[in-house]
Ligand binder design. Structure first.
Ligand code: PMP
Ligand code: GLN
Length: 396
């Protein structure tokens, strides 16, 4: 038999699926894969149910329902002051995962280079490579995870077609500052590159920080494709509604990729998300505040169990350093160990680097905190009990 495409044939199952399966097998609390453990806002779900019953349920317009494209354009104005032409500058996709794939397929050709920042979300590399391009990784360094400008400068070449940035960043919890983004914008313009901006966690940003879309910086409006996700903004990860905002000339090409990847996205869910994006500021502020309280709740529990924590300014992930627990093994071993023997699942950070990467930290694990308080408290208790059983534990 002839070989299948080697990018995909060579891939394993995503770490999120692997850890969720392990958590289920051992009845562990799943703080691995990122998803909320509630059903999402009642009113948005009611709007979707009504739309399914009343229709239409046939193919919606390829670019997305006008009502949702208008809502995305209005949200760009409301939250970031961006003027967006909803007809030509917004595309609706089946989740941010599809949006990212569409953007990369639309921009990249064989021979191109795409700069990504490690730790990076697991879908980026395979799609870049499937498009025939080369992923050029620049590693951020813990615990601060600041943008390494010198390394970035070196990473650009005449072949660099685009850079992909995720802010707020999974798994680091970084929200890049205006200074960092301004420096990056300068480099991008100097090298005449595009930027695919994965901003799925745009509304999950905590006190003292604010999300700045790179697209709002001078000279960047025409270079950026900004990706959002209703899954994150409305705690409805199973719905897979994403959206891309960008200059008309680029969106036109991204839509060509979309038309042959999924073509459309369920109309009832689109209209419900259009309603959601119109919700009052209390919804958006309340979402961030509720998650910030959960971050603090889990952080207290993890510290009590003996972990040292890295700062989390956005997303719903917190990174913990396992060295203080006296565990003898890698981050992967650790996640397996606590899933099986503590009853709590987490994700090893090395999974966000290429296999065997010397840059990958082996001492950091990611916990997801968008869970009910009682679950976070029970997970903390289990980790404390487990850590007290460890011979070299420093936990109290
Ligand atoms: N980018 C990042 C950084 C993510 O964490 C996620 C979450 N799965 C996605 C993209 C994909 O979002 P969606 O579920 O809307 O496809
Ligand atoms: N974005 C989620 C996370 O980082 C996982 C989504 C998935 O399972 N593909 O945990």
């Amino acid at each position: 038999m002839r070989a299948a495409n080697k990018v995909f044939a060579g891939l394993g199952t995503t770490i999120f699926t692997v850890m969720s399966a392990l958590a289920m097998a051992h009845e562990a609390i799943n703080l691995g894969q990122g998803f909320p453990d509630d059903e999402g806002p009642d009113d948005i779900r009611a709007a979707a149910a009504k739309a399914i019953v009343e229709g239409p349920n046939q193919y919606p317009p390829m670019m997305g329902l006008p009502v949702l494209r208008q809502a995305v354009a209005a949200a760009n104005k409301r939250f970031y002051g961006l003027d967006v032409d909803w007809q030509r500058e917004v595309l609706v996709t089946s989740g941010a995962t599809e949006a990212l794939a569409d953007c990369l397929l639309a921009l990249l050709e064989p021979g191109d280079e795409a700069i990504i920042l490690d730790p990076s979300y697991d879908s980026y590399r395979p799609i870049i490579e499937a498009a025939g391009a080369k992923a050029v990784a620049v590693a951020l360094t813990p615990p601060d995870w600041t943008l390494p400008m010198e390394a970035l400068e070196k990473a650009f070449s005449p072949r660099t077609k685009l850079l992909l940035i995720n802010s707020p960043m999974n798994p680091t919890g970084r929200v890049f500052s205006r200074e960092e983004l301004t420096a990056l914008a300068g480099l991008v313009q100097h090298h005449d590159a595009y930027v695919v901006c994965d901003e799925v966690y745009e509304h999950l940003v905590f006190s003292g920080h604010s999300h700045i879309p790179l697209m709002t910086l001078p000279g960047m409006r025409e270079r950026c494709l900004r990706v959002g996700s209703a899954g994150k903004t409305f705690s409805l990860t199973g719905w897979k509604i994403g959206y891309v905002t960008g200059p008309a000339a680029l969106i036109e090409v991204v839509a060509k990729a979309h038309q042959f990847v999924t073509f459309t996205t369920p109309p009832a869910l689109q209209s419900a998300i259009a309603y959601g994006l119109g919700k009052g500021d209390d919804y958006f502020v309340g979402l961030a505040a509720a998650l910030e309280a959960k971050r603090d709740l889990l952080a207290r529990g993890l510290v009590a169990a003996g972990f040292e924590l890295l700062q989390t300014d956005g997303t719903y992930f917190i990174t913990a350093d396992i060295r203080s627990l006296g565990f003898n093994g890698t981050d992967e071993d650790f996640c397996r160990e606590i899933t099986i023997n503590a009853g709590v699942a987490a994700i090893p950070l090395s999974a966000f680097y290429p296999a065997g990467s010397p840059q990958a930290p082996r001492q950091l694990v990611r916990f997801c905190f968008c869970k009910q308080d009682s679950i976070l408290i029970e997970a903390s208790r289990r980790l404390l009990v487990w850590s007290q059983r460890q011979p070299a534990s420093t936990a109290g």
